[in-house]
Design a protein around this ligand. Structure first.
Ligand SMILES: [Zn+2]
Length: 199
């Protein structure tokens, strides 16, 4: 539709999650009209995040070294692991200040329609963390939607027989949405009221 560089930018922006063709076009023209210094700051932020940020080798959370802040914190319990879909869910749960254990980030949820199966998630890494018997409870905090529920069911069947208590966040979270959309109080309550589903 447009020439060269402008169309390239629109195409790249359109690849981002949640950005449709109209939004991509609007952002591209916004950037065209923006001061060079402001655009440079955006470019620097993108470059920095790719250069500095990696994924924690233990839990899969975002980290600025091999281990994330939560895994490196000796005050946090090694006996409870909270399983979430994405690093942004760690942030949402940390905001509630209800949880003092460690996390495990799956990298998504089981979704047959998009060809995401258990092998595409960090499930074998989770099982490896449970192997030495230190962990006594796994709290499954996948999103309150179909994919999140399917993932929770799969995990509870897998982990339950290992003698580890498996719990799921209490209902009351906005159904069909992302964990991150729940406010801190609701999410905190769902945490406190978690119910045992296996083990
Ligand atoms: Zn970690």
């Amino acid at each position: 539709m447009y020439e060269g560089a402008v169309q390239d930018l629109i195409d790249e922006l359109g690849r981002l999650p949640g950005v449709g063709p109209k939004s991509a076009q609007r952002i591209a023209f916004h950037l065209l009209a923006t001061d060079a210094a402001d655009v440079r700051r955006l470019v620097d932020a993108l470059t920095e995040v790719k250069a500095r940020v990696q994924f924690c080798e233990t839990c899969g959370n975002v980290a600025e070294s091999a281990t994330c802040r939560v895994c490196a914190d000796p005050r946090r319990s090694d006996e409870v692991i909270c399983v979430v879909e994405e690093p942004k869910d760690v942030v949402a749960i940390e905001r509630t200040r209800e949880f003092r254990g460690k996390y495990h980030v799956l990298g998504g949820a089981i979704n047959p329609l998009e060809n995401v199966g258990p092998d595409d998630l960090r499930i074998s890494e989770l099982m490896a963390r449970l192997a030495d018997g230190t962990v006594t409870e796994v709290i499954i905090a996948t999103d309150p939607n179909v994919e999140g529920e399917a993932t929770a069911t799969y995990l509870s069947r897998l982990i339950g027989p290992m003698g580890v208590t498996v719990s799921r966040l209490a209902s009351g979270l906005p159904v069909g949405g992302d964990l991150e959309y729940a406010d801190e109080v609701t999410l905190g309550r769902a945490f406190e009221g978690r119910r045992v589903v296996g083990g």
